[in-house]
Design a protein around this ligand. Structure first.
Ligand code: ADP
Length: 549
């Protein structure tokens, strides 16, 4: 027997309609990068999104067709989020920090017909355009007098086109399972893979991130969205902030510590999200501000951190500098991205601050609707005891069920998606990522977590950044090598570093050598990139290896 409830579809256009109707004066602020800020409201954003809908239809884009962006976090990008998806077309947000050949691959593989780009990326666009023959138009996100001097097919000015478009548009009542946007994985291990989100998955994900024991976004929040809108839909914040009616602050490409600090201060931001490297730059800048001034300036109560493990130092500093709670979350492109969020339970009420910091080091508990579990190599479920490590798998309504036009065996018959992460889960369901499966160090049949070792290395005051990789060892099969970057003006020797590690890790986890470098390689999303490191240290031989004696 079916329930007698209405079959309204879950659509992205309903989010902007809600924000414009119920929070019409709530602001959206964009940093344009030239010292100017653009300000308008959710109501104006709806009007402009409808103009975008008319604009792309005038370009001949129909439902299901892909439209790409190469753009930073601005109001224009937000309008494209709503205007493109609202018509039934698919917004493919491309990361401009990828290698040109990967961008070309994504534009071609997605079959995008138009590219909307920020003008400071004009040189990149000119470079890739000849390799993307089916792109009919490149639209510069600027005013007519800011048009870049370049020759690419169908070059047009966004604001000039918008000026000719009506703001009258009726959103079509699409099937909620229609595709709405597409993001590609960053392709650090092979070609980028397309993840095709639907209206339904996007709305459910936004709803779950608004929940109190999640990102808890409300109409009283001012949200600084640092996560790029080309990275997994900016963690869904362009949608969840509309759903909640929050003020939205968009930093453009201005992500220096000083800029982030000023935006948090000037826009009275209460919440923000980003990757640990962004937080490090912010905290470095904040260190130069008087402590009382800092508390007056910054009213942020929580910062959401994900993409890689947040070092304890960052968690402690947010508490010390601003009285803010650093909330770790875990997810990936394939999972929309948010699956787990770290919020304390009633049993944690009496924790000391130090114990609470320990808790904050975990990646959190799964949101309702999603399921997470760990498995061994044979596919058996492993216990949630806080120390058994296994392959992390996930399933739920905002988890991908396949890649776009790409075969992959990451899914099993029960919908479990193998994330490629190794993890533990404790009895309360808190997730701890111990490694990417390919980064695990296998020593004498046991596993050593490179993330745990990096975390301990980073707790040394003289260490700026740390990477641990497993290298061949004649007896143990693999042993850990610790590679570190010293903080400016600070010194530490390899022996001192090993002493520090010895005091904090099991004896058999102790790295066999320490190497100092000036910098470490990163991916286009700012994460440690271990592939080139392993190559660089391919012929490294441990002094502890008898084969070298
Ligand atoms: P990529 O595969 O290109 O890095 P994603 O941006 O989708 O793509 O990154 C997802 C990965 O980031 C996860 O599989 C996990 O390894 C890592 N990650 C995300 N959040 C956390 C976290 N809180 N702690 C540790 N690692 C994390």
């Amino acid at each position: 027997m079916n329930g007698l409830m209405q079959q309204r579809q879950l659509l992205i256009s309903d989010l902007i309609e809600h924000a414009a109707s119920n929070h019409s004066d709530q602001e959206i602020v964009s940093n344009l990068g030239d010292g100017n800020f653009h300000r308008y409201t959710w109501s104006a954003a709806r009007r402009r999104s409808k103009q975008v809908a008319n604009l792309i239809q005038s370009l001949g884009v129909s439902a299901g067709q892909r439209v790409a962006t190469l753009a930073w976090n601005t109001h224009r990008h937000l309008e494209l989020y709503y205007g493109v998806a609202g018509t039934g077309a698919v917004l493919t947000t491309v990361n401009p920090r990828l290698f040109a050949e990967q961008i070309v691959y994504i534009l071609n593989h997605s079959g995008s017909t138009h590219v909307f780009f920020d003008v400071n990326l004009a040189r990149l666009v000119a470079e890739i355009a000849p390799q993307c023959p089916h792109i009919q138009g490149f639209i510069a996100l600027c005013e007519a007098d800011q048009m870049p001097d370049m020759v690419v097919p169908g070059l047009a000015c966004y604001e000039s086109l918008m000026a000719g478009c009506s703001d009258v548009y009726t959103w079509p009542q699409l099937d909620e399972n229609s595709a709405s946007s597409m993001c590609y994985t960053s392709g650090t291990t092979g070609k980028p893979k397309g993840v095709l989100y639907s209206h339904r998955s996007t709305v459910l994900h936004a709803m779950s991130t608004c929940m109190a024991d999640s990102f808890a976004i409300s109409a009283r929040d001012s949200f600084l969205l640092i996560v790029p809108m080309f990275h997994v839909n900016g963690w869904g914040v362009p949608y969840s902030s509309a759903m909640a009616g929050a003020k939205l602050v968009l930093p453009g490409s201005q992500l220096s510590g000083e800029n982030v600090y000023s935006m948090l201060r000037d826009e009275k931001c209460t919440v923000s999200c980003g990757v640990p490297t962004v937080w490090m730059s912010l905290l470095e800048y904040a260190e130069s501000v008087d402590s009382e001034q800092r508390r007056r300036d910054i009213v942020v109560t929580r910062v959401l951190s994900g993409g890689s493990a947040a070092p304890r130092r960052i968690i402690e500093k947010f508490e010390e500098y601003f009285g803010a709670y650093l909330c770790q979350a875990w997810g990936m492109t394939e999972t929309s991205p948010v699956v787990t969020v770290n919020i304390p339970l009633p049993t944690h009420n009496d924790l000391t601050l130090d114990e609470r910091f320990d808790l904050q080091m975990l990646a959190g508990r799964s949101l309702p609707g999603t399921e997470i579990a760990i498995f061994d190599d044979e596919g058996n479920r492993l216990p949630h005891d806080g120390h058994t490590t296994g392959q992390l798998k996930v399933r739920g309504p905002w988890i991908a069920r396949a890649y776009y036009n790409h075969e992959d065996d990451a899914w099993d018959a029960n919908d479990w998606f193998a994330t490629g992460d190794m993890a533990t889960l404790n009895a309360d369901g808190y997730l701890k990522i111990t490694d990417r499966a390919k980064d695990v160090i296998k020593s004498g049949g046991e596993w050593i977590s490179s993330l745990d070792l990096e975390s301990v290395a980073l707790s040394h005051p003289a260490i700026e950044e740390a990477a641990v990789i497993g290298l061949r060892h004649s007896h143990w099969q693999e042993r850990p090598l610790l590679i570190v970057v010293k903080r400016k003006g600070m010194d530490v020797t390899a022996d001192e570093m090993l002493d520090h590690m010895r005091n904090n890790v099991a004896k058999w986890w102790l790295p066999d050598d320490v190497v100092f470098v000036d910098s470490l390689p990163h991916t286009a999303t700012g994460k440690l990139y271990k592939v080139p490191l392993r190559k660089q240290f391919e012929s490294f031989r441990f002094s502890t290896d008898v084969e070298n004696a």
